[in-house]
Design a protein around this ligand. Structure first.
Ligand code: OGA
Ligand code: NI
Length: 196
């Protein structure tokens, strides 16, 4: 994996947004997607909120995705291999970039057809523990007409990223505003934050 970690961090250093294809291998992406679909079928997903703690609000005209938090206590083999991968990435990141990441949080994310997430930043106003945002996509056979691009607002340009299977996007949580454009079919991912 070191080569992929390197690709990711090189593009992050170069362009503020790290991108690497096949960060999740096809088998893991497929298994995590199957988990997400099963969780959705069991009504386990919850509407994603905006803000933190008591200030959390729910507004589908701002953010329409549904989420479910991953946890090692679920004893799900695929979730655990995902966490193993995150542990090795965090170790690599801390060793090569002295980032001091000490914890993380990840959720499955489902954007049903017709949903989106308007322009926002990932760090909460009342809590600065989120250092890096990571999004990993679970969409085999995603086509341009399916929409759902991630748009990152740089100072002088907008970067458009399609949510292709296995791809990871990595950026500082306090630095770049971004949005998810309307998805024309179900769009799945794992989204998370590295904290210190
Ligand atoms: C988020 C987010 C982007 C994406 O969940 O905060 O911006 O591409 N997600 O899903
Ligand atoms: Ni975001």
């Amino acid at each position: 994996m070191e080569k992929i970690f390197n690709t990711l961090l090189d593009s992050f250093i170069e362009n503020k947004v790290g991108i690497a294809e096949h960060f999740l291998n096809d088998a893991l992406a497929k298994a995590l997607k199957a988990n997400l679909i099963a969780l959705f079928g069991d009504n386990k997903l919850q509407a994603a909120g905006t803000g933190n703690n008591a200030k959390t609000g729910y507004d589908a005209s701002f953010r329409g995705d549904h989420i479910y938090w991953l946890d090692r206590s679920h004893n799900n083999v695929h979730e655990n291999s995902f966490f193993d991968l995150m542990d090795s990435f965090v170790k690599y990141l801390n060793e090569t970039c002295y980032t001091g990441i000490s914890s993380y949080e990840f959720h499955y994310t489902l954007y049903e057809k017709g949903t989106f997430y308007k322009k926002h930043m990932d760090r909460f106003q009342d809590n600065d523990s989120r250092k890096f945002s990571m999004i990993m996509y679970l969409n085999a056979d995603w086509e341009e007409k399916d929409g759902g691009e991630l748009c990152i607002h740089h100072e002088h340009s907008i970067q458009t990223i399609s949510p292709l299977n296995g791809k990871i996007v990595f950026f500082r949580s306090d630095e770049l505003a971004h949005e998810v454009l309307l998805a024309n079919k179900a769009r799945m991912s794992i989204t998370g934050w590295l904290r210190s």
